[in-house]
Each structure stands twice: as C-alpha cells, then as structure tokens.
Ligand binder design. Structure first.
Ligand SMILES: [Mn+2]
Length: 256
C-alpha cells in the first residue's frame, strides 16, 4: 500500500496542483490529509474542495477549528470565502485517526488542538511521550510546517511538513508511506518529499485577494520560508481578540 500523508494546505491551490501532479507521477492513489485545509493563503474554498474530492481521510487542524468555530472576528474573510456549507463541515472532521500498518499501531493527528501547544519533533521527550499512550508504535502529525523524524523511546515520531506553507524549505512538503495493511510485521517506509513549485504564481494569487488577513505575511513566507507571524506587532494586528486574553494564548491557538 502506498499512501500520501499531506497537511497544511492553507488555501495555496498552486502548491496543491503541484502536489497532485507529483502524486500522479508517483502512482499514489490514496491520500490522507492531516488538516489545516484553510486560512492564511488565498484560496481556502478551492483547497477545501480539492481535499474533500481527493482525500479518503481529513482530520481537523487548529486553523480548521479556529475558522470553523468562528473564533477570531478578524477571520471574516475566510468565512465569506468558504460559505456556510463548507464552514459547517470544518467542525465535523475528526481530530485523529488510528491505523494498523505493517504490524505498527499508527496514530495520526494534526498537532493542535489535540496538542495543547505547538510541539516540534525536537520538543522535550517528556512532552512527546504521552502522544504514544496507551500503546502506539508510530505517531504522525503536522502543524509545525516543517518535516521531521525522530526515534523516541516509545517509538517513531514523524511530521509531514506543509503542502501550502512550507517553512524552512519553501516548497511543497509531504510524506509517502509504504507498508502492508494489517497486523503482520513488515517493512514500514516513509519518504519525505520537498517539491519545488511555482511560488511566484502563488504570490500573484495571494496579492490578487484584496482583504486577505495578513496576506503580506503569507507572501513573505512563500518567498522565504521564514515564519513571519511570530512577532508581537503581527499579533497586535488582531487587537479585537486581545482584551482579557494574553497575546500568547492567541499565538498558541492559531499559529502558524
Ligand atoms: Mn497549519
């Protein structure tokens, strides 16, 4: 079985089209999406529709939940772009999925909101180990927008990276898992892809969406792969969320 694990499309349909072409070239028919279809990028409606049409499984990420639950008034652009039917579906995606592949018990999540804060694969072992409870062998997630792999005492932890908002490497990032479905021990193979795509076209798409919240920061991330939203000043562009809640809680919930 050959299975693509993708995540963090974030409204970047130019990146998703490049992904689709590569999955066809790699003869991958099955796609599981670990969430964050929407927000940040220019075309949340189109990435949502692509995922629904092409993915066997879609998990709910922190951005899907933030938008779907109408957490932030500044996100009104996304509500209008998605429309009520897609908005309703966002909150119906499950938060996690379990599978048995090559005899390994696999747990898949987006990251947040199952994780209470953003955890890179380099996070302290004591924070990551509970993800393997009660008896998982492999945990796969996304959320950081950076691919990663780590062998913990509890098992294998991997991160798919991001399709539409790759950080560190500003390309389409995803994983192809090869294994045999079921309990029989067998090879379990992960391939980490970093796929170049037409980032200039993605920038043009973003700049054409007038009113996209923090569109200039998304353009900066597309061009450089350097996270642009971490500064206090960018957090303060959402002032209506700040009274009564520290800036840090806003960052924890919504970023990247
Ligand atoms: Mn994300």
């Amino acid at each position: 079985m050959k299975l693509a694990l993708i995540a963090d499309l974030h409204g970047n349909m130019t990146a998703v089209q490049a992904l689709e072409n590569e999955l066809i070239a790699q003869d991958v028919q099955r796609i599981w999406c670990l969430g964050d279809l929407v927000g940040k990028g220019p075309n949340s409606d189109r990435t949502f529709d692509w995922a629904v049409a092409n993915c066997e499984l879609i998990l709910r990420g922190n951005w899907d939940e933030g938008v779907g639950a109408r957490t932030f008034r500044a996100d009104g652009f996304y509500y209008a772009q998605l429309g009520p039917q897609r908005m309703d579906k966002l909150m119906q995606f499950p938060l996690e999925h379990h599978a048995l592949i090559s005899g390994r018990r696999l747990r898949l999540i987006h990251g947040r909101p199952v994780m209470h804060r953003l955890l890179p694969v380099q996070a302290p072992q004591e924070e990551l180990a509970p993800l393997f409870d009660p008896d998982f062998d492999v945990v796969g997630y996304a959320d950081t927008h950076r691919p990663g792999l780590r062998t913990l005492n509890r098992g294998l932890l991997f991160n798919t990276g991001s399709v539409g908002n790759g950080l560190g490497i500003p390309m389409v990032q995803f994983v192809i898992l090869e294994g045999a479905e079921g309990a029989t021990p067998a090879p379990f193979d992960l391939r980490f892809f970093t796929l170049p795509y037409d980032t200039e076209a993605a920038v043009r798409e973003t700049e054409a969406q007038h009113g996209l919240p923090n569109g200039h920061l998304f353009v900066s991330e597309l061009k450089t792969g350097i996270y642009a939203r971490g500064s206090r000043s960018s957090a303060l562009q959402r002032p209506e969320h700040l009274p009564g809640s520290p800036i840090r809680s806003v960052l924890d919930l919504q970023l990247p």
